[in-house]
Structures are given as C-alpha cells and as structure tokens.
Design a protein around this ligand. Structure first.
Ligand code: 13P
Ligand code: SF4
Length: 298
C-alpha cells in the first residue's frame, strides 16, 4: 500500500477528516478532504461530523478548529508548525493598548494565539477584515497583529481610525515582496494578485488584493496570473484551473506550512496525536470573539 492509501484506509476506519490550508505542500493538498483559506477552514470546522480532525496547517488554525469543536479530537501532525506573525502579539500588549485607547474595540486577525484571542472583541480573517471592522460601533479600532492588513483596512475605511497592534507587526513571507516584483510581472503580461499582508507600497502596484480564498474566486478574470503570496498557492490554483497560467514566487515560502509530511499525517492518524488541548476557560473566552466573526460571515 502507498502512504496515501494507508492514510485513506485509516481515515475511514477512524472516522477522521483532513482539513488543509491553501499553502500546504502539493502532496498534502492532494490527500485533503477540504482545502481553503483561514475563513473557509473555520467555517468548515463548524460543521464537521467526523470524530477526528487532522489539521494540516499551522497552530492558530488548529486551535481555532478545536475551539469550535471542543468535544472532538483535533490533531496537528507537526506540533511545532507555528506562525511567526501570530507570535508577535501577546495578551499584555492588548491590555495595555486598551488602557491607552479607552472605548476602542479590538479586532484580532485569526493569525493570533488563542491567548490573545481571549482578549479580542472580534476576530477577522483577510477575507472579511473590512466587513468586520465596518460592523463595529467604535470609530477607533485596535487591529493586530498584521500592520499591513491594518493599513489595507484603513485604506478601505477612511472614516475609521485603525491603530496597528503592535506597530510594525508583519508576516515575514509577505514582506519579502517588492514593488518591482509586481511591475516586472505586469510587463510580462500577467494580472497581478496579492495578499493584503503585502506592504502598502507593493499592494499599490497590484491589480487585485485578495485573501487566498478570494484568489480562487477571482480566477475567471484573467488567463495569466502572478500570484503574490506563499508559493504553493499557485499549485492550489493550477489544480482547480489547469488551463490557466500561474506564476509563483520561489522566495515566498512559509517554512511552518511545510512542516507536515505525508508520513506525519499517517503516524498522527495511527497514534491520534499530537492533539490540540487548551484550557476550558481559555477556549470559552476565545470562542466568543471567533463566533462573533462567524455569525457575521454566514
Ligand atoms: P488566508 O486566510 O488568506 O488564507 O491567509 C492565511 C495566511 O496565513 C496568510 O499568510
Ligand atoms: Fe503566518 Fe505568514 Fe506563514 Fe501565513 S504565511 S502562516 S501569516 S508566517
């Protein structure tokens, strides 16, 4: 039996589902039952009927799935798959920013730890950040941890005052893109689509700014795309749209998204570990800010 066949057999025997993010390596995307962006994965996690969720992504995503399914076993096959952006914000930073900005509401990007989410008013993803902020009563909004997504939301909602939390928080993968990447792709005839985590001066040269899920939905608009986000997004797009061309950027690698191998998935299904476990009171607190986002996004 191949590893893939063994995974499929165990998955059926154990009544498990494999969820994977769009940035996972091709071989993981190929064995997943559902692939999506952070919002799609969170929404999918709310109606899982299987007993076990094998989450192929990074820690904050698996934590979100666990918070939405406290009674289920959620497994992250590579327990050290973190997010260098999520780690830039702590609950202490949120508490002190709240003291400095009384009355301001706190919006946390889903790329944050469960501990931080417990101190948020509402969570957002890159797909719904603008709608989430627009829905708030307060004019001043504390937004973290990605300051580029914060500046993107500010551009879309000039009537709000978006305060980045912390100042300068960013995704090390997306800050590698330069205006020149977009300019030279355009000269070669590509339509350029970029993630809102790219810096403002890069976004200014792109044709479309989109979450990874929204990149999928925009594909009909062109035949040739330069995809300015993590490099394996191009594999995801090519699988769904084989007749179109997708230029990827080899420098854009999220090392944490590459930590799960097929053998890790197989051994985690065998041992039903490593399991995500969070204290019940932390899950309760984080859940309300995640549910508020989900209610808004349905
Ligand atoms: P998406 O929600 O757009 O998939 O983004 C997740 C992410 O980690 C971006 O770096
Ligand atoms: Fe985190 Fe950036 Fe990797 Fe996304 S690409 S998981 S934001 S480090």
């Amino acid at each position: 039996m191949t590893v893939q066949e063994e995974i499929n057999k165990l998955k059926t025997e154990k009544n498990a589902i494999i969820l994977a993010h769009n940035y996972e390596p091709p071989e993981i995307q190929d064995i997943a039952d559902f692939i999506g962006d952070s919002l799609e994965l969170a929404l999918r996690a709310t109606d899982v009927t299987e007993d076990i969720i094998v989450f192929c992504g990074v820690l904050f995503m698996a934590e979100t799935a666990k918070i939405l399914n406290p009674e289920k076993k959620v497994i992250l096959p590579a327990p050290d798959a973190g997010c260098l952006l999520a780690d830039q914000l702590s609950p202490e930073m949120i508490k002190s920013a709240r003291e400095d900005n009384p009355g301001a509401e706190v919006v946390l990007y889903v790329n944050s730890t469960a501990e931080s989410k417990a101190y948020a008013d509402i969570v957002c993803t890159s797909a719904n950040a603008v709608d989430v902020v627009k829905s708030l009563k307060s004019e001043t909004v504390l937004f973290g941890p990605d300051s580029n997504l914060a500046s993107y939301v500010q551009e879309q909602l000039p009537d709000k005052k978006i305060v980045p939390l912390p100042k300068g928080g960013n995704c090390p993968v997306h800050v590698e893109f330069t205006p020149e990447d977009a300019i030279s792709a355009k000269k070669k005839g590509y339509t350029v689509i970029c993630h809102p985590e790219c810096p403002a001066e890069v976004r200014a040269h792109c044709d479309i700014i989109a979450s990874t899920g929204s990149m999928m939905r925009n594909t009909h608009l062109s035949e040739r795309w330069a995809v300015m986000t993590e490099k394996d997004m191009a594999y995801r797009l090519k699988t769904e749209y084989p007749d179109k061309e997708f230029l990827s950027f080899e420098k854009a690698v999220c090392k944490d998204m590459k930590k799960i191998s097929l053998n890790d998935v197989l051994s985690s299904l065998n041992s039903e570990s490593p399991e995500i476990n969070l204290p019940a009171d932390l899950m309760d607190k984080a859940e309300s800010s995640i549910r508020r986002m989900i209610d808004l996004s349905r």
